[in-house]
Design a binder for this molecule. Sequence first.
Ligand SMILES: [Zn+2]
Length: 486
Amino acid sequence: MNSYISPQRSLLSLISSLLALQLLLANQSLAAVNPDAAVKTENKKTDIHSQALTIFKEYLQIDTSNPPGNEKLGADYLAKVLKENGIEASVYETAPGRACVYARLKGTGKRKGVVLLNHIDVVPAHAPDWKFPPFSGTEQDGEIWGRGAIDMKGMGIIELMSMIAIKRSGKQLDRDLVFLGTPDEEVGGAHGAAWFVKNKGDLIKDCEYLINEGFIIDAYSDGKAKYWGVDVAEKNILWLGLTAKGLAGHASMPQENSANNRMVRALARLADNPPPFTLLPEVKHFYESIAHTEPAQLGALYRNIEKSTSADKATASKLKEDKLKSSMLANTVSLTVMKAGYKTNVIPAESYCELDCRLLPGVDHKAFIKQIREILQDDSIEVSVIQWEKAEPSPFESAFVKAVKKVNAIESKDGKTPVVPVIVPWFTDSHWFREVGLKAYGFAPVEIDAEHLATMHGKDERLPITSFNKGIDRLTLILQELAQLD
Ligand SMILES: [Zn+2]
């Protein structure tokens, strides 16, 4: 065993010990003078955890599959729990059977408030495919099963219990905490977050930060953390419709330039020429910081990501094997809908398809459409915009990320579990709030490995209880830290 500790290393460990102590003190102000305080804090944690588990199970038992949603049942339940714990809560109906729940824990007002956002609805579950009924909230082998366990009723209860833990501590924070549960996220948020921002936006206009779903603590298959990924941006959505028109005719007399033939040739060019890699500074930071969590060969590519993204086709293919991570490296195009023809012996007059494009933050959609046209090389094909959703990014340099890093430092003393920025390819409700000026971050502080992540929107969705409990403790500390940071 090597007992040598470098002066730098010992200074680092001293700093992290001090940090841990400071956080402990924030949690239990009398700890330094009262030797029983540590025991009391542990008991308090146990109380919070056991109460949280019951609430988590009951919440999962409320079927809020969207459509139709029926989220008012969930909103009423959350309001009841808040009230039982001494926090006033309001339920606002957004449509029949659908509702938001809003509650505020007052702080000293020294700094601006923090919104804890979560959606009440879940995607539907096909019960026969599941090991346990999807709305049973079953506890089995240290895990809680149910639709929404990860997306995102688990995180909703982590937010709720963190707020209750802070209320119970009796120590007022320097920032107000707002709990906001919304319906309708899974189909776009028109009756949820969009409704709230439009009709009740005044309730949060004094808030600066928003914490939501988005990313997680990525974990190895044994549950050990790899890195803490904070979603700072979502890709912009651009949906395009492509139409080729031609002459209808009898299929016994082929037309070389029929609508279908021109469409197929243009689409082949598009499939063979995906948009090139564009390395954003946040993404470079992400890849370099997590390189050590991958096997040697892939780790080397990640460590030199700038070089790797401009290397040969084989390297590009290797990077693209991880579809989630590589989605951050480029604007993407997926051919989704194809429609043409109605009878085998008739050449149709029209050929139509749809493209789902996801653009990196800062990309101009008009310029991107121009690039698509250049690749299609066929001006006779009409390109129309079906949908364009612009998503504003939030800065990685912020009090929130600093707070996350402080809490992370307690667990990751060797720095091998870094906090990194992530640009997610999907959309959450964060964009509604980023649009009105809040700094929004998608971060559920729970370890989730690839196997569990795949259950989200799939079957057998479940969350380990240890991760759930740690999530409550981490978020409580993050909020306490954030309240003290500018
Ligand atoms: Zn979700």
